[in-house]
Design a protein around this ligand. Sequence first.
Ligand code: PLP
Length: 353
Amino acid sequence: MTIHDLKHKIEKFPRVSLIHSPTPFRKLENLTAELGGPEIYIKRDDLTGLAFGGNKSRKLEFIIPDMLAKKADTVVTWAALQSNWAMQMAAAAKRFGIQPVLILFKRYDLPEEYDGNMLLDYILGAEIHIKEPLQEAGTKSADYLAVAEEVAEGLRRKGHRPYVVAVGGSMPMGSMTLPLGAISYVDAFLEMAEQTRAAGFEPDFVVHSTGSGSTQAGLVVGSKAISSKTRIVGISVSDPKEPFARDVLTIAKATETALGLDSGVKSEDVIVFDEYIKDGYGIVNREVAEIIRLVFTREGIVLDPVYTSKAMAGLVDLVNKGYFKRGDKIVFFHTGGTPALFPNRRKIVEYLR
Ligand SMILES: Cc1ncc(COP(=O)(O)O)c(C=O)c1O
């Protein structure tokens, strides 16, 4: 299928305008020279432009119209304390007159301060419910959905019309029955493919941080649908490869169905590395602090301490291990998240001192 035909399929979904696109694309000349292997490029989805930018803004361009179609006056979601999704969702919802209700689970060793994304949630006037973590081992999306549905039920009793959407706008569940988040990343893949074509090449790999799965699912479907050779490598920041890769595949298959594609995404198309989670979701380590300094000093680009730094640490390690070879062309998707730098300041300074 051509890029044009696939765009046409995506255009059938209602969309609001929240982002500046295409997001910038360029070669990381200094980093490429420093690593001495593959050619490394960057796609700046941290510059999407809603609030402080990031991948969630793309997803919300398709999710907000679904909220409006269902005449929602409130939106309930869940996420971690310093969630980028929760903040960008709240910012988009507010813009359309919908009140955000955020269930934020304490997941790592950060204080519950109004700092980083939590400060932005507060400024936006989002309703914030802070909860103790659910039993991590074996906790499924359905368990989180049950907590969100309970909050939504309380709102319904007060006469509201809540829309319930899963963390990251990823898994079709609750009120969002279609994989709208992933559809936006099929579109992002096409946007990148046009930029790389204009630059005269087709990437061998895309590398990005993967968390709730729809960024990866969308990129995989986009690549597969236009028969591109580009393989999508997701660096997990929270979940082990299995069962996470299965969730990505589920979202990818739902995306193919929603778009009416028969591209046939298979499990081998979903490449996930979980080695770079290290001490756990959101736990800053020396490698994270050093990679943030490396990319900032060489390229003037700020990575975040929870997602993109771990993805870049993965990219560098996979170059060193020979997974990515000299001559390969890699596009690193910067998916945003920089507000989380500030609440993590203590550890970053400790490691860089
Ligand atoms: C900055 C950042 N990068 C990457 C991701 C991962 O994207 P996804 O949830 O679609 O897997 C997230 C959210 O989880 C994020 O906030």
